[in-house]
Design a protein around this ligand. Sequence first.
Ligand code: BGC
Length: 762
Amino acid sequence: IINYVYMSRICGNFAAINIIMYMKKLLISCLLLIGMNAGAQTLPTYLDETKPVEQRIDDVLSRMTLDEKIAVIHAQSKFSAAGVPRLGIPDLWTDDGPHGIRPNTLWDKWRDAGQTNDSCVAFPALTCLAATWNPALAGDYGVSLGEEARYRSKDVVLGPGMNIYRSPIGGRNFEYLGEDPFLASRMVVPYIQGIQSTGTAACAKHFALNNEEAFRKRYNVVVSDRALHEIYLPAFKAAVEEGKVWAVMCAYNLYNNQPCCANDVLVNKILKGDWKFDGVAMTDWGVHTTTDDAVKYGMDMEFGTHTDGLAKGKDNAYEYYYLARPYKEGILSGKYSMKDLDEKVRRVLRLHFRTTMNRHRAYGFMCSEAHYDVARKIGEEGIVLLQNKRSLLPLNANAKRILVVGENAIKPMTVGGGSSSLKVQREVSPLDGLKARLGDKVQIDYARGYVGDTIVSYSGYRFNTDLRDNRSAEELKREAIEKAKGADYVIFVGGLNKCDGQDAEGYDRKGLELPYGQDELIEALAAVNKNMVYVNVSGNAVAMPWHAKVPAIVQAWFLGSEAGNALAAVLAGDANPSGKLPFTMPAKLEDVGAHALNTYPGTWRKDKKIIDREYKEGLYVGYRWVDHAKTTPLFAFGYGLSYTQFKIANLRADKTTMTRDGKITFTVDVTNTGRRAGAEVVQLYIHDKESSLERPYKELKGFDKVYLQPGETRQVNITIDVKALSFYNDKTQSWTAEDGEFVALVGNGTNNLKNSLKFRLQ
Ligand code: BGC
């Protein structure tokens, strides 16, 4: 009013009103601006996305109480750890892994929670992924899995598993990527990057040396430094250094007399020191250590079961964990430093900022057709054609009657096997897949042949099928043989089945043989029908004493939701097989280094608490042992047939001498000489001619998968650098490459490396 009176005197009524209105607007804008600035000033640094993450972490850390710090570094339920509710940091949810997102369990139980919204897509087991020799598919696998995890609000997928296949009786080999460190490394990197591109952490497991299951919480691995670094660690190193994995799960077993989860050499020196891992080193579920060791030897986050990895402990025991109340009390009494605790919390917070606190991450999808497509494609590319006499496969389009035999043609394989067990939206069995693909034109009969294991449930979840059959073994066999007579083909779908001792966590197999009298049945069927196809469902090598009598043999892995469709596509010839074995299939167990040298299960110490498992075969794992001991495998590492033929020729290089900081590129011409389009995996192995230390005869150092039309030729280039020529020198504790002559060996499997070329390092 005062303004108006004053202004109207100067410039008249109308102008005065206008000027005052304008000033009012100006005042409001100023107030708003001040208000906004005041708002910005109150936004805490840790919520300010424009600030560097490390600064945001420091900010949270400075605001957290001791109780809050302790709470985030250990589990609060079977699969989750607390966040910091006061600061708006959500709980962190983990879940298995590695083949699909495990169904939700009860809060403090392994038991399925019985929800109806947690059915997933099961992707093929990692052995199958490795058999594709196609890193791009590993990336698709990771993205799809990450999307399923996002939809289910999981922040950490407990996978991939990447322990080396040391023995074919290892119960968890199906969850891993085969026997070769280079192949496993090439596959884990895109898988991890794929998952993490969705804002979900991957968790590389089980670090390290978890190569068999028997006494997994009690065995202490005794292994040379060379074998540790050259065979057992490279996939983990690639996961950390190239994949930039955000979490690592430490193995149950011991190394160097310390459990891997609190291990000075593995966790402190190698993982966090040499590889500069900045993520979370978490325990496997239920570990046996002490709070002192957990604090000192690198354990950042404790998950699991009860209080003691060896005993049963109590339910809801989270407060008693090594990193829970005992740790807090130790800090309050001055025994442990806040600095050590902050280092663990900092890593956990970093994991939060990469996952739960990432407001831009994907929403995710579950059971999308795109995920099924990825699952089927990996299945089709991973199936390995091991034998195909008389070109029995693909199935002749004029066939009238096909007999399918075997329990594995109808048994759900996505259930069982341990922590990787899933609840799927659908699983197409081999029998259903064959019926769907061929049933219109061909009569598909089925005979069970044998009853193996009728379990179709895991941890409270039951697959909706009933496998019980009360007929005697004799009746079942007789029925199969009768039906086999006169059939155009007999397709026997057998192998292992993820039941205890048959490819399952917690148990190793008793031997290489097929269970449930399958060998006898296969021989009997082959005797009455010459068109027999044996389809082996497993994640491990099995003995095939009858292989000369069965014309076609197919390695079909655990293929997940799309199993039957992928298998039918390969058998019918819609997909041309291009999988290659990611491990050696020995003729007998004694042809495997670990068994030839009698190192399994190991030697119990006097106190009967620890068993020492000495990896006496050292570097000679898989095909390295085949070369060393000059054994003849049943089917070699890298081997796999196609419905077409390929010629790999004209190996050449862009130079004859490579320098230490340089590279060398090898080139070969690959021609599809057959009549079908197909893919071949060109493999490069390096043989070191002169070395101061003993080395395996050859080692895989490069590969490339090429798709070729009939008659098409392509040049394949594979480039290596000095890393491919190096070995781990245990005297200097470093990777070393020595000047001298090397040989490049190129072909399509360790049994077929016809192209060779000498070159020098200087
Ligand atoms: C397995 C891990 C798994 C965890 C949670 C453990 O028994 O060894 O691989 O991620 O359980 O299910």
